[in-house]
Every structure is written in structure tokens, then in C-alpha cells.
Write a protein that binds this ligand. Structure first.
Ligand code: SF4
Length: 509
């Protein structure tokens, strides 16, 4: 796929590079009919079903509660140190909005700069295309194994599985990703994929799966890190190909950026001969000045650090230094369709810091696996349904109490609660079958549109006082369909006097 035949705002597939959509109509964004995302974006069960299982797992809830509370406290401390955090956050929001408005132009500039510096850019409409491109590149390099830097984009497209099907072994090198891979598990957090595991569980995985591990390994964090280090070192030294994601790409110079904490990224990005980077198209920023803002926002919001330990930046290839072949795969996989939604497109501003996960009361209890997609928590609840089409992830927009904590902490001020409500509306409007809920709302709408019916309904509701027998709430054991509500929520007893009656009484005086 080339940029001029693609699904971005550069025009329809029949109008290659159509500049109408770039200069004269800058508000045209995305294509609603663009291909939807495939890969690890859908679960095989609805959120409530999957969450029910997680809620029964006491160990999981304890692990999550402890980990999220620790990260929350660290984040709050370092964010509190920045006097102009609100302005910085607004700058991040504004840069993202402006970048999305001209995403096609920035991507083409990025392609030109990467190419001018000796790299090759590939455009992938969806996960299937991206996997085919990467597999072909690894095979062309004559490799049957690769080392990987943690990357949400490659998890999204299920790259490891695609490589395995082609006889290529992918070694995850981020410690938490390694734990998940060796445990044949799934990541459950954007930043800390093994957040659901505690030290004792990690020790058990290492003893079971690392061939050369010391049998006297303890669950001391330093010992566990040392075991992982010697396991990985050998793989770093022999790998001919590395695969990374990208946190950002600077269009003006074609520079890619990866931020990480363990140094494994630096090894992958410098040692192998061939480097392949898979990046969602929304990760581009126009200039270095823009990058500066995000490099301040990201570490404080994610790991609660003032700056991250390793920031790797590279552009194209440098003869005799680092990888001698560089490929950048630009991934759409549903993003162009998200861009076409005026309200929902804000989800593409996400810099994957995971702050919204750590404050979300639903995530903290249900854990990441319940969301089904590689993107869990509040951002997952708005991003996954948009990438796949809301009909494919219909339960996720409801996986929220709408408390707004996610919006408060988001470093780029994504209004997640409003997008959740917007997606719930889309889901309801798409319903064609009649449900008890739709019947109830239709009846309510009728009653609320007619004063006579409304007064009758209020009088009927007053009968509920008989059931309450003086209590403040109605009994939890009401018959269906009322039991659907009372099983999990309080239903207040109707008051003696309604607002309308009180108003009439007051104004008669
Ligand atoms: S939505 Fe905001 S808080 Fe959540 S991961 Fe993305 S940038 Fe971070």
C-alpha cells in the first residue's frame, strides 16, 4: 500500500493524493468507510461476563489494588511538582488536535524524511497487511528469530502469532512482556503488562520456563531482574532483526522515538542489523518543539518519573553505526475510521501513558483481561469499539461509572466520559430489536411528553411506598424486570410528595 492509494485523509482510493482534502477542506478528517481494525481488539466474551470471573479472583484484585495505588501516588507527587502542569496539558491537547487535523500532510512529510535518511516506509491498511509486511522483511533478512521492544501496535496486530505461523520466533525483551510471554498469558495493562502477577508468581514462571535459571532463585525483585537479564542478553547478541513500536515520530526530520525504563529498547534499537518499527499513524508529531511537550507529559503520567531513563531517537540509517536497514510500517487498522468521528477522534490523541487505567475504579476491580482488547481500561473502552466498529465491542462503552477520574488525569485531556456516552448513544441507535430497556425508555418518553400521563405515572410510582414499608429503599427482591435494577443498585422509595405537588402547595399560599 502506498500513501497515495491509502485510507488516510489524502482522498478516496479513486482520487490518489487528492489535495482537496488537505488544503481547501482542512476539516475533512478520515473516511468513515475505511477498513475496520482486526487483530487483538475484540474479546470472545462481553465485558460483564469476563469481569464476573476476574471479580471472583481475590489474588488478582489484591495485586491490582496494590500496584495501581502505588503508581497513582507516584504520579500525583511528580505532577504536583510542575507549577504549569495545566498549561502543559493544554499544549499537549492542542498539538494533538492540530496534528490530527492535518494528519495526511504530516505522514507524507514523515515518509519523505525517513526515505531521505535511508529508511523505507511501508503503509499497512490493517493488521493482516502489517503482519505480512513484517514477516516478509524478516524472511528477507534471513532470520528465524527477532527481538522485540514492548509495543502496543504489534500486540494489537497479533504480530507474534503471525511470525510464529511463519516459523519465526519473537522474543519479548521488556521484563513485564517477557513474564507474560513465558507464562503464556496475556498483557493486562498498557504500561505494566504483568500487573496482575505478584513476585511469587513471577518466580514460579521463571523457574518453570527459563532453561538456565538458578534453581535457588528467590522472589527478590533484583534477583528476578538478574535472571531475566541473563536470559535476554544471549538473545540480544545473536538477533539479526529487531522489531519495535514508536512512542512518537517527528515529521520534520523523520526521527522515531522510543521511551523505556530498562535499556532493553536501546539494545534492540542499536544491536541488530535490521530494525523494523510498526507505528500507528496517530503517533506522528510535526516538530521537535512538539515532542518536547510530550516528553514532559509522558513519564510523569505513566511511571511517575520526572524523566524516563532511556529515550532512544533515530532517523533512517547511519553507515557503520547501528542497524544498517530500517523499515517503518505505518499502521491504519481502523484509525482512519476513528478520525472521521468528530467526537470520538479525540481517542487518537492518546499517548498510552496508562494514567487513566490506574485511577479507574472499574479497571482496578475487573483487571485488563476483562476488556478483551489489548487496550484495557478507560482508553480501551473508547478506542477498541471505535477501531473495530462499536457493534463488535458493544459492551465496552458501558464498562465505566462515568466518574470522570480518567479525564482528570489524562495528560492530553481526552474527554473519555463524553466519548463513552457518545458511543453508548451510537450503540443504542444501531439497535433494531426491541429490548426490555428500549421498551421502558419508550414508555418513559411517552409519559414525560404528556403532563396527564406523567401525573398518572407519579401516582402509580407512589404505590412503591407500600412495598418499602417505611424503608428508604425498595427491597432488593422485587420480581423481574425490576429485579435487574434492584439486584445491584438501590431504588429509593418514592417520596410522600412529588416536586410538582410541593410546587403547587408552595404557590397556592
Ligand atoms: S487516554 Fe490519556 S490517560 Fe489514558 S492512556 Fe491515553 S493519554 Fe494516558
Amino acid at each position: 500500500m502506498t500513501p497515495t492509494s491509502g485510507t488516510l485523509g489524502t482522498g478516496s482510493p479513486d482520487t490518489p493524493g487528492d489535495s482537496r482534502y488537505r488544503k481547501s477542506q482542512p476539516t475533512f478528517l478520515g473516511l468513515p468507510t475505511a477498513p475496520r481494525g482486526v487483530g487483538h481488539l475484540r474479546g470472545d466474551r462481553s465485558f460483564p461476563d469476563a469481569a464476573r470471573d476476574s471479580l471472583r479472583d481475590g489474588q488478582l484484585r489484591a495485586n491490582l489494588g496494590h500496584a495501581t495505588a502505588t503508581i497513582r501516588a507516584k504520579r500525583a507527587k511528580v505532577v504536583g511538582e510542575v507549577p504549569d502542569w495545566a498549561q502543559l496539558r493544554e499544549a499537549g491537547r492542542a498539538i494533538k488536535a492540530a496534528t490530527m487535523a492535518r494528519l495526511d500532510e504530516h505522514l507524507i512529510a514523515l515518509e519523505e524524511q525517513v526515505t531521505a535518511r535511508g529508511g523505507t516506509v511501508h503503509w499497512a491498511r490493517d493488521a493482516t497487511e502489517a503482519n505480512a509486511i513484517v514477516t516478509r522483511l524478516v524472511q528477507a533478512a534471513g532470520a528465524d528469530e527477532v527481538v522485540k521492544v514492548k509495543s502496543m501496535a504489534t500486540q494489537e496486530i497479533a504480530l507474534n502469532e503471525a511470525l510464529e505461523a511463519a516459523g519465526i520466533t519473537a522474543h519479548e525483551t521488556d521484563l513485564a512482556e517477557l513474564i507474560v510471554q513465558l507464562g503464556e498469558d496475556k498483557p493486562s495493562h498498557i504500561l505494566v503488562p504483568a500487573i496482575h502477577k505478584n513476585r511469587a508468581e513471577i518466580r514460579e514462571i521463571f523457574l518453570r520456563t527459563m532453561p538456565a535459571v538458578d534453581p535457588a532463585l528467590t522472589d527478590e525483585p533484583r534477583r528476578l531482574a538478574m535472571a531475566a537479564r541473563s536470559h535476554l542478553r544471549e538473545r540480544f547478541l545473536r538477533a539479526r532483526v529487531a522489531i519495535s513500536g514508536a512512542n512518537f515520530a517527528v515529521a520534520e526530520t523523520g526521527t522515531l522515538a522510543v521511551v523505556e525504563s530498562e535499556g532493553n529498547g536501546r539494545m534492540c534499537l542499536t544491536l541488530p542489523r535490521t530494525l523494523i518499527t510498526v507505528m500507528g499513524i496517530e503517533k506522528v508529531v510535526p516538530t521537535w518543539r512538539d515532542l518536547e511537550v510530550f516528553l514532559q507529559l509522558l513519564p510523569r503520567s505513566s511511571t511517575g518519573e520526572r524523566m524516563n531513563p532511556y529515550t532512544s531517537l533515530w532517523a533512517g540509517v547511519t553507515p557503520g553505526d547501528g542497524p544498517q536497514e530500517f523499515h517503518l510500517v505505518l499502521l491504519d487498522n481502523g484509525r482512519t475510521a476513528v478520525l472521521a468521528d468528530e467526537l470520538g477522534r479525540e481517542a487518537l490523541h492518546c499517548i498510552r501513558c496508562s494514567a487513566c487505567l490506574n485511577v479507574c475504579p472499574v479497571y482496578e476491580r475487573a483487571g485488563g483481561h476483562a476488556y478483551g482488547s489489548v487496550y484495557p481500561g478507560p482508553i480501551g473502552a473508547v478506542l477498541s469499539p471505535q477501531l473495530t466498529g462499536v457493534e463488535d465491542n458493544a459492551s465496552l462503552p458501558y464498562a465505566s461509572s462515568l466518574c470522570g477520574a480518567c479525564y482528570d488525569v489524562c495528560p492530553v485531556a481526552i474527554d473519555i466520559p463524553s466519548i463513552l456516552v457518545h458511543l453508548r448513544g451510537e450503540h443504542v441507535e444501531a439497535q433494531t430489536r426491541t429490548t426490555p430497556e428500549s421498551m421502558a425508555f419508550r414508555a418513559l418518553s411517552k409519559a414525560m411528553s404528556s403532563p396527564r400521563l406523567w401525573h398518572l405515572a407519579q401516582r402509580a410510582a407512589g404505590l412503591g411506598r407500600l412495598l418499602a414499608r417505611g424503608r428508604a429503599t425498595l427491597p432488593a427482591t422485587l420480581p423481574p424486570p425490576a429485579s435487574h435494577w434492584t439486584r445491584t443498585r438501590d431504588l429509593p422509595t418514592p417520596p410522600q410528595e412529588t416536586f410538582t405537588q410541593a410546587w403547587a402547595r408552595e404557590h397556592r399560599r
